[in-house]
Write a protein that binds this ligand. Structure first.
Ligand code: BTN
Length: 253
């Protein structure tokens, strides 16, 4: 990454050709004491993971699949903020590389023309009071084409290539790391409100009717806002529900 212009994010870069999941490798490295800013990037993931035990398709050289180790001084309650920060950084990067029409779907997807192009999986290690480390895992589809996708994903997943844009995976990774560092710096110095405001402006979900479902229950309402911890506020006939990212699906009604 010769063009990398960051102080600590992406320092060092650990490169692997094939891994099960970069988040798993990052966890191992973090447990061994790897410094904040270490990233692990791979050409291919054989067991890429998404939220709610879903798999994340990560074929060889068809995307940017990486995980970043962070050691922020926050409580576990605040970890959802880091996912929002990542989403804003990714949305900025995608726009810079030519796709203006991208929006954030709470909590962790980036959609282009309504189809998913990016997944973010933030995982945390620590106690109830204190975060030890966070693994911020990001996957951006660059070169995936319809033929790479199973039938059920063809209409809901996209990539730079499917949107008609050629992008250098290295240049995109450099942009992503720089944007993450910039936002992380902002949050550390000035708190979270600026990132939150930008997240709101990039959201493609606020103001929409949504259905929220978890193992326990399902309800519908209007996605009104997110709170300062990154939880989604959904107005229903019975009042406002505070939805935490956890094991939950949110989809348009
Ligand atoms: C989701 O769609 O629910 C999140 C997907 C997150 C995918 C990224 S790719 C790099 C990192 N390694 C993983 O196994 N998952 C994340």
């Amino acid at each position: 990454l010769d063009g990398l212009q960051t102080k600590f994010v992406g320092r060092p870069v650990v490169y692997r050709e094939r891994v099960d999941s970069t988040n798993n490798v990052a966890k191992k490295l973090a447990d061994q004491g790897a410094p904040e800013g270490t990233i692990i990037v791979a050409e291919e993931q054989t067991g890429g993971r998404g939220r709610i035990n879903r798999t994340f398709l990560s074929p060889y050289a068809k995307g940017v699949w990486f995980s970043l180790i962070l050691r922020p001084d926050i409580s576990p309650m605040e970890v959802a903020k880091m996912t929002l920060l990542a989403a804003v950084a990714v949305a900025r990067s995608i726009r810079r590389h030519g796709l203006a029409d991208c929006g954030i779907k709470w909590p962790n997807d980036i959609l282009v023309q309504g189809r998913k192009m990016v997944g973010i999986l933030t995982e945390l290690n620590g106690s109830a009071e204190k975060v030890n480390y966070i693994i911020m895992g990001i996957g951006v589809n660059t070169d995936i084409m319809a033929d790479d996708l199973p039938e059920d994903l063809k209409s809901i997943v996209t990539s730079f290539a499917r949107e008609g844009i050629r992008v250098s995976r290295l240049a995109l990774l450099e942009t992503l790391l720089a944007e993450i560092e910039r936002l992380y710096d902002t949050v550390c110095r000035q708190g979270f409100s600026q990132v939150l405001a930008e997240w709101r402006s990039l959201s493609c979900m606020l103001g929409q009717e949504v259905t929220v479902s978890s193992v326990n229950r399902t309800f519908s309402g209007m996605a009104r806002d997110i709170d300062e911890n990154g939880n989604l506020l959904v107005d229903t006939a019975a009042g406002t529900e505070v939805v935490m990212a956890g094991d939950i699906h949110v989809r348009p009604v």
